[in-house]
Design a protein around this ligand. Sequence first.
Ligand code: G5P
Ligand code: MG
Length: 225
Amino acid sequence: MGLQTIFRAVIMGPPGSGKGTVSSRISQSFGLKHLSSGDILRANIQAKTELGLLMKACIDQGQLVPDDVISRLILSNLKTMDHSSWLLDGFPRTVAQAEALDTMCSVDTVINLNVPFDTIKERLTSRWVHLASGRVYNIDFNPPKIPGLDDVTGEPLIQRDDDTPDTVSRRLKAYENQTQPVLEYYRSKGVLETFTGTETNKIWPHVHAFLSKRLSGNQQDTGKA
Ligand code: G5P
Ligand code: MG
């Protein structure tokens, strides 16, 4: 544990750009622990926690939840992962959140999925998710083996309440206004890595190659230490 270098990554991109899909490939290939703010919020809603009940209206309307609430939630989760490499998905989403994260640690790399809005809209209305694991499916792109059921657990899949066309539009606006400035924030720190495309399967090999290089660099650092 002590010899290993910890790698801290963030994955960004508009709603539906494939953050969840690419994150699960990254955690399978490179062993980074995947932490998704949206998955954590939805788990709270499903468990009817006080936080979940408070945040549900916000999320269903396609608005961002308050910075202080989400920052506290994510930072406390990250503290429990002190000794492992991680990949943050869905956080930070505002400059205030990025600054909050910086008070705890610096980010080694930010993977930015740059997918056009037109491509995204139709993906989200045909998305099905397994809430407990965060696994995502798509009727066209990666359908479950048995319609309506999760491949691994066989449990039922659901559609997200915020995947209706109107709410998707609002989420895209929130992304433009509140999240795009975060890209600038990380670009100025020199850690932003942008991957552009309309298909995850074409973007993925580039992400894989980039991380292979970055992570082997990390291991060399370990060797020297
Ligand atoms: P989330 O949960 O972070 P979003 O809106 O950022 O939600 P989302 O919708 O989860 O992002 P994604 O993870 O980027 O999208 O994309 P995905 O699920 O992998 O892929 C989308 C669909 O496309 C899937 O069905 C997938 O199978 C399919 N797909 C992938 N690739 C392809 C392809 O190449 N082709 C095709 N045809 N399909 C493909 O946040 C939700 C809400 O929580 C709150 C906010 O209210 C937010 O709206 N929230 C926060 N609020 C404030 N601050 C934060 N930090 C917050 N984090 C969450
Ligand atoms: Mg997601």
